[in-house]
Design a protein. Structure first.
Length: 107
C-alpha cells in the first residue's frame, strides 16, 4: 500500500471506516482493538460529525481544532480553552458559541 497523503479524521469517521472494512475483510489485532475502543467512546454519528464540523469551521476554527473538539465534545469552558489554547484572544462569547454548537449534537 502506497501512502499518497494524510488527512486528519474524527473518531466517528474512523469508526465508520473500520465498520466498512469489517464487511469485506477481517480486521487485524490493532484494527479490532481500535474498533472496540472507538465503539465505546464515540457519541455521535458520522452524519452528525460532518454537520458539527461544518458549523465549527463556519466560526473560523482550523481543521485540527475542529477535530479535537469533535473527538472530545467538551461541555465545559475550561476544556474548550485547553483545546483552543493556541488562540491568543479567545473570547468568552466564542467559547459559549462553541459549547452551544456542540450541545446540539451531544447525546
Amino acid at each position: 500500500m502506497k501512502i499518497i497523503g494524510k488527512v486528519g479524521i474524527s473518531n466517528p469517521e474512523a469508526l465508520s471506516i473500520l465498520k466498512k472494512r469489517m464487511k469485506s475483510e477481517e480486521l487485524n489485532y490493532e484494527q479490532q482493538a481500535t474498533y472496540e475502543y472507538l465503539k465505546a467512546i464515540t457519541k455521535i454519528s458520522e452524519k452528525e460529525t460532518k454537520q458539527l464540523k461544518e458549523e465549527l469551521k463556519e466560526i473560523g476554527l482550523s481543521e485540527e481544532q475542529v477535530l479535537n473538539l469533535v473527538n472530545i465534545l467538551p461541555d465545559d469552558e475550561n476544556v474548550v480553552k485547553l483545546i483552543l489554547k493556541d488562540i491568543k484572544e479567545l473570547k468568552k462569547e466564542q467559547i459559549k458559541k462553541i459549547i452551544e454548537i456542540i450541545s446540539k449534537y451531544k447525546k
